[in-house]
Ligand binder design. Structure first.
Ligand SMILES: [Zn+2]
Length: 118
């Protein structure tokens, strides 16, 4: 189980860490961000340097649960078995084997190919 984070503390830490490298530390903030949760709250001035660092962090971000996109519905919610949680399609080698098997059965019986997840 993951330990809940204090979002306000996370924002404060990000700003403090990135702010150390701000080439214009005395420049006026470009935004003020307020964070209020059950765990804490805070109001944080954000410099242009911090906003740009957030953009770079977002570009570099890769979610550990990212298993690609579903080729059927375009969803991002593939589980560890590459099973789409949105439309039910199976991906990967297992999904290909099941789809080929379903096509062979359908061809043999003159049926439509069963839909994913059925
Ligand atoms: Zn899908």
């Amino acid at each position: 189980m993951t330990v809940p984070l204090d979002p306000a503390a996370v924002v404060a830490e990000f700003i403090a860490r990135v702010g150390q490298y701000d080439p214009a530390p005395d420049a006026a903030p470009v935004a003020v961000v307020g964070v209020r949760t059950a765990l804490g709250e805070g109001v944080y001035p954000m410099s242009d340097h911090v906003v740009r660092a957030m953009c770079r962090a977002l570009v570099a971000y890769h979610d550990p649960d990212d298993r690609g996109r579903c080729t059927n519905c375009g969803g991002h919610r593939l589980d560890e078995n590459l099973h789409c949680q949105d439309c039910g399609r199976l991906h990967g080698i297992l999904g290909q084997v099941i789809a080929q098997h379903a096509r062979r059965i359908a061809d043999a019986h003159g049926d439509d190919v069963p839909g994913p997840g059925t």
